[in-house]
Write a protein that binds this ligand. Sequence first.
Ligand code: SF4
Length: 168
Amino acid sequence: MTISLTESILQAGRRPDFVDRMKGFYASVDESVAGHRPTCWNHGVCCKFESFGHKLFVTSAELAYFHHGRRDDWRSPTEDRACPYQIDGLCTAREHRPLGCRIFFCDPAAQAWQPDEYESHLKTLKGICLEFGLEYRYQEWLSALQSLEAEFRANGHLDPRIDVEAGL
Ligand code: SF4
């Protein structure tokens, strides 16, 4: 039986082994990135996608982990096309932030290692999707938040903040 992305995201989020896998994955990304000693020059300006002029992309596995961790603080994108999780210049979702947020630095020296780091970790994310039965999707971040919320409502989950089956 084929299940919707919403259902598979909910199912993955209920699995402690999935949550542990994603925690471990992000820990290894953070360790690997720290080894390059990158510096943040613009202090969160890059999270204002429209004005900064770039986009963030995420996989289904990242969305599932993000939803699991942030459903009590679910935020819809607003018209300014900035990440809704940046408040007063700070990321309020650091523990669950996607791969791109962990790898992107505007420090020009980062250009030398970013593409390879990103591609290698993206492969791992594809494997995690396969391992946990998540349909692989690679979507622009703000659209992904919007479409996930729309899919939740269309699939009878009235609100992405509420996991009805789990009683949360
Ligand atoms: S999740 Fe955090 S780091 Fe990533 S774009 Fe949003 S505010 Fe910025």
